[in-house]
Design a protein around this ligand. Structure first.
Ligand SMILES: [Zn+2]
Length: 201
């Protein structure tokens, strides 16, 4: 085992930083050193922001989003289109769609996907509240913005069946050529899906 280069407090900071996605031990050390050097500009405000976030963050009781208010900022925004419900797997996916300004609809976060191999069943997902929202009326279209993975598509089929008794149109995202993508570099599955889902000019 390599000898320690700093006291236990700093070692602990490095160990915790190393658990963040995208940070290995090496970059965690760099981040820790950066924070220590920028103690007043960065370390103090970061510690305070983390403490406030920890105290105030909750899960939205309507859509499953994470925010510091309940209902969340998006659910509370009356300008959002209530007739369109965008179903996503995770808060990260919701953030991605918002970043892209892809929809003015409202969201519903499933909190995962069906995965028999990992023991994730329908009761583990935010499905009952989805059906309740649709049953309450006002929703005309449910957009299944789930990942184009096997589990994601399995989940999409399951949700479609679940919503079949309700008078709502269920759509899903198109699969195909990415913006700026070159055909020669696409995998066979994507190319075939893009051909199947071609649209008129
Ligand atoms: Zn919400």
């Amino acid at each position: 085992m390599p000898s320690q280069i700093a006291g236990p407090e700093i070692e602990r900071l490095i160990q915790l930083l190393a658990r963040l996605p995208g940070l290995g031990p090496r970059s965690a050390r760099r981040a820790a050193l950066h924070l220590i050097r920028k103690r007043e500009q960065l370390l103090d405000p970061l510690a305070e922001a983390m403490r406030v976030a920890h105290d105030r963050i909750s899960t939205c009781s309507v859509c499953g989003n994470v925010d510091t208010r309940d209902p969340c900022t998006i659910c509370a925004d009356e300008r959002r289109e209530g007739s369109m419900l965008v179903v996503v797997e995770s808060v990260g996916d919701l953030w991605a769609l918002e970043r892209a300004d892809a929809t003015r609809g409202r969201y519903h976060v499933l909190g995962g996907v069906l995965s028999p191999l990992d023991g994730v069943g329908p009761e583990d997902l935010n499905l009952a509240s989805l059906v309740a929202r649709v049953a309450a009326g006002g929703v005309k279209e449910v957009i299944l913005a789930v990942n184009a993975t096997v589990d994601g598509q399995t989940t999409a089929h399951y949700v479609t069946d679940l919503l079949a008794p309700h008078a709502v149109e269920v759509t899903r995202l198109a699969h195909g050529v990415p913006v700026g993508g070159e055909l020669d570099y696409l995998d066979d599955g994507t190319l075939a899906a893009a051909m199947r889902q071609r649209t008129a000019f």
